[in-house]
Design a binder for this molecule. Structure first.
Ligand SMILES: *Cc1c(COP(=O)(O)O)cnc(C)c1O
Length: 495
């Protein structure tokens, strides 16, 4: 990007500039990126949503009485989510459209906190729950109480959740499914212990809320997780994930309007307009809402069933490819649209494997090990590779097995990442306060990062050494490191 040009640039050139910038991005289409993007693989759907986005973009969601089109579309989106998740016609379920899963979770925690009105509020959450819950807690002055997951089931023990609930607990969280391994928490049992103590229970179905009901219809064993479960008081579901809507749309549902009430902010004590907001943002673009509306209308129930079916076939096929490889092990049998695997062969380094897969055009998401003693799992959890599987993966899946075999052979012959032992020891001994911007800039330079910005990708293509080094650091150090790195990247550019 540039500072303002002295005179305006021709439209065609502006678009060329953006296209040139986009060239360094990971491929958002084509079914070979297993994180960040949710691709239906339907090109005509992309055309439709682009047009719908443009129709909605000038409209402001700030005032639904001025723009009833947005009110109508939002209510339709909430209705569709409610009907899919155990609400539906005649039910008291209500909800709002938010900008994404994080906003939905912040608002669920806020509504619970404000309604409870306790002095030192606490949020109980399993260690596999999304970090946005912790973000919500920190933003809202709520203490997060993390309940470990058992290494055998990778889920929290219901008794541990029950033990963590105190008089200060305003909300108990669980996931359907949790992102790292795609596993569904024991929602019915957790909601029951929350209800017994008179505490709200939020089900984070941001990731899987739009696929689990369809997977169930296809015969996959999906445990109850929605409003059919007594004690579930709110549910979040991201439309910009498995509803395949363009980014910027999630839905937060409450079992009743009474439970939702504390979510709203209203203010009249100034000379301007009376402000009433259900969400964090006040001015809201109608673009994402119109695009989501178009997506749901165009795909319809049968469209989502078809997409879920091809996605599930892709999941089974990817999992089978992993299972046939000596030295790799699925973290768990897939229960939703995630395939996660780990290495049980010391000669097969998962981070090297991720690099080799990237060289073959498969962009996976390495997940760092949790160190022993962590709140997530006192025994620790091994590193893993995460695949978020979407419908666009299905046509690609046949070539994954052979590419995985080749990548594994290449990773074995390269051997484990060779990072200097003394460097690893330094990483392990670091404390967050030692990571000044200067230290991190020097470290990044030494590791081949580019802090230049512009059209180059900031990370080198091969990342095994970086991942190994970062993994050696404690989670609090990783947080400081990544924050400093982003602060270095996020600098203004001028002309
Ligand atoms: C993606 C995700 C979130 C956060 O959603 P954003 O849209 O990225 O803000 C929350 N929970 C789960 C389980 C998720 O997968």
């Amino acid at each position: 990007m540039q500072a303002l040009p002295p005179t305006g640039v021709p439209a065609a050139q502006v678009l060329e500039e953006i296209a040139a910038l986009r060239a360094a991005d990971q491929p958002t289409h084509g079914g070979r990126l297993f994180a960040y993007v949710y691709d239906s693989g339907l090109a005509d759907l992309d055309e439709l949503t682009t047009a719908a986005h443009a129709l909605g973009a000038p409209v402001n969601g700030l005032d639904p009485t001025a723009f009833p089109s947005l009110l109508a579309m939002e209510n339709a989106l909430v209705g569709a989510a409610s009907a899919l998740l155990g609400g539906g016609p005649g039910s008291p379920v209500v909800g709002n459209v938010t900008s994404g899963g994080t906003e939905s979770l912040i608002l669920a925690v806020k509504a619970a906190r404000d309604a409870a009105g306790v002095a030192a509020p606490e949020l109980v959450l399993p260690g596999t729950a999304h970090p946005s819950f912790v973000k919500a807690a920190r933003y809202l002055g709520v203490r997060p109480v993390v309940v470990p997951v058992s290494p055998a089931t990778l889920r929290p023990a219901v008794s541990a959740i029950a033990d963590a609930i105190t008089a200060n607990t305003v909300l108990v969280a669980c996931s359907a499914p949790a992102y790292p391994y795609g596993l569904v928490d024991p929602v019915a049992e957790i909601a029951e212990v929350a209800a017994e103590r008179g505490v709200r229970c939020h089900v984070d179905a941001c990731f899987g809320g739009w696929t689990l009901p369809y997977l169930r219809r296809l015969g996959v064993a999906v445990p109850p997780f929605d409003f059919s479960v007594p004690g579930v008081t709110s549910i979040s579901v991201d439309l910009h994930k498995y509803a395949y809507a363009p980014k910027g749309v999630s839905v937060l549902l409450h079992r009743s309007d009474e439970l939702r009430a504390a979510q709203y902010f209203a203010y009249a004590d100034w000379p301007g307009y009376t402000m009433v907001n259900p969400t964090i943002a006040s001015t809201r673009s109608g673009g994402p809402i119109a695009a989501a509306y178009a997506t749901l209308r165009r795909l319809g129930d049968d469209g989502y069933l078809r997409l879920a079916s091809s996605t599930w076939e892709a999941v089974r096929s990817l999992a089978a490819a992993v299972s046939t490889i000596d030295g790799l092990r699925l973290v768990a049998e897939p229960e939703s649209t995630v395939v996660a695997f780990t290495s049980v062969d010391p000669g097969l380094d998962l981070f090297v494997l991720a690099d080799e897969l990237a060289e073959r055009g498969w962009h996976t998401q390495p997940q760092l090990a949790c160190p022993p003693g962590s709140a997530v799992a006192p025994e620790g959890l091994p590193r893993s590779i995460h695949l978020t599987v979407t419908a666009a993966v299905a046509p690609q899946v046949a070539s994954f097995g052979p590419d995985l075999s080749a990548a594994v052979a290449a990773a074995r012959s390269l051997g484990p990442t060779n990072v200097d032992e003394s460097l690893l020891a330094v990483a392990a001994a670091l404390t967050p306060d030692q990571l000044t911007l200067d230290t991190v800039a020097a470290l990044a330079g030494g590791l081949g990062f580019s802090l230049a910005g512009g059209t180059s990708a900031p990370l080198p293509a091969r990342r095994a050494a970086i991942n190994t080094l970062v993994e050696a650091a404690a989670p609090a150090v990783r947080e400081a490191l990544f924050s400093a790195f982003l602060r270095l990247l996020q600098r203004p550019t001028y002309g």
